[in-house]
Design a binder for this molecule. Structure first.
Ligand SMILES: NC(=O)c1ccc[n+]([C@@H]2O[C@H](COP(=O)([O-])OP(=O)(O)OC[C@H]3O[C@@H](n4cnc5c(N)ncnc54)[C@H](O)[C@@H]3O)[C@@H](O)[C@H]2O)c1
Length: 358
């Protein structure tokens, strides 16, 4: 059995998946003094990571203390649809090669239940946390790798390891996830044990002090009591954003159908302190919002979110509307230049009726 070691330091780290997210993660990890490697099925991505940031290419996962997974989680032929098969094939390789007691952090966005699936696939030999991203390419300086993030562990000692690696400041992070009962890694030495002991004996406070002195990524982390809460937090954040944009799309269509200026209405609404109506622009795109919203809708064993299903229909209506508008020579702009109000209203009405939205 692997002995959980509070003295353990993390030195050698591999980032698996060196795309839009994985590359800045690798760069950040390297900048924080870790011996940093990268792995990607795309050789070009590995070469680019090496030439740009000195990320060493990994071929085997045998010798790493931490394995960070940043692979894509959508279908190769449809970026709006979730798929974790690629991620599970990475886990397969980790399961064959990684050393017992290493830490796996899944940073990719994943459906509820995936982290536990990973943990079971690894036969409980490694610690598994989910530390999803809020990374935003256009504002990487403030919304990059180092911003407040959520972390959940499959077991409480997984979380302790994760916090140790990411945050390094553990004193106030009293979160007690349920432990796994049948683990090979010694998951019984949990955060709960540490924190209970901390309140009872003076000696354990020296453990915490030691942990705080270790090298970490220095990222502020918000730990949650179960890994499912971490999984859901990420996908619901994006589902919430989806909802906000679809409401803006619906208002836009309403305005077009009722002869109201959307920009003026929006500006007027946004004068209120707690209202923020977004711009609908080109519809809800990218490989995060639609995919993650579907992950959330599919995550329930009972009811499926009705409001999000309606939001998806609205987004379809909106896209259909802007496509038909652009076909009529509007060059993709949202304002219906050169069209009379009558034409606009009729067009919108046709689309709304065809989709049975009243
Ligand atoms: N890009 C963002 O802004 C952002 C923000 C938050 C979360 N995320 C999430 O992060 C994950 C990655 O997103 P991304 O934008 O970096 O995607 P991406 O497509 O830019 O990069 C994914 C990388 O993973 C590699 N890859 C795919 N399957 C692999 C496998 N089996 N083994 C090794 N490498 C593999 C690909 O070759 C690619 O280089 C997704 O789950 C996404 O939802 C992305």
């Amino acid at each position: 059995m692997y002995n959980y070691n509070y003295e353990k330091n993390y030195d050698k780290v591999v980032i698996i998946g060196l795309g839009q997210l994985g590359l800045p993660v690798a760069k950040y990890v390297k900048e924080h003094g870790f011996d940093t490697y990268g792995y990607d099925i795309n050789q070009k991505a590995m070469q680019s990571a090496e030439s740009k940031y000195g990320i060493k290419p990994a071929t085997n996962f045998g010798d790493f203390d931490v394995l960070i997974i940043c692979v894509s989680t959508h279908r190769p032929d449809d970026m709006f649809s979730p798929q974790v098969e690629g991620l599970m094939s990475v886990v397969e390789k980790i399961s064959r090669e990684a050393k017992t007691g290493a830490l796996i952090s899944i940073e990719s966005t994943i459906p509820k239940g995936t982290s536990k699936r990973v943990f079971e696939k690894l036969d409980h030999r490694l610690h598994v946390v989910h530390a999803p991203h809020r990374w935003y390419a256009l504002e990487e300086d403030i919304h990059g790798v180092n911003q407040l993030r959520i972390i959940g562990g499959v077991s409480s000692c997984c979380l302790q390891h994760g916090l140790n690696f990411y945050d390094g400041r553990l004193e106030d992070k009293a979160i007690l996830p349920s432990s796994s009962s049948s683990s090979m890694v010694d998951h019984s030495l949990s955060v709960a044990t540490t924190l209970e002991a901390k309140s009872k004996t003076k000696s354990s406070s020296s453990i915490t002090t030691k942990l705080n002195k270790k090298r970490s990524l220095g990222i502020p982390m918000h730990p949650v009591s179960s890994v499912e809460v971490a999984e859901l937090t990420k996908i619901i954040e994006n589902a919430h954003r989806y909802l906000q944009i679809s409401f803006a799309e619906e208002l836009y269509l309403y305005c077009k159908g009722n002869g109201i200026s959307f920009p003026e209405l929006r500006e007027s609404l946004n004068t209120k302190w707690n209202v923020e109506i977004l711009e609908p622009r080109d519809g809800i795109g990218g490989h995060c919002l639609p995919k993650d919203t579907k992950m959330f809708i599919n995550s329930s064993n009972t009811i499926k979110s009705k409001i999000l299903q309606a939001a998806m229909e609205i987004d379809e209506d909106y896209r259909e509307y802007i496509q038909s508008r652009d076909k009529n020579g509007n060059n993709g702009s949202l304002t219906l230049r050169g069209k009379s109000r009558g034409e606009t209203e009729k067009e919108t009405e046709q689309i709304l009726c065809s989709r049975k939205i009243k």
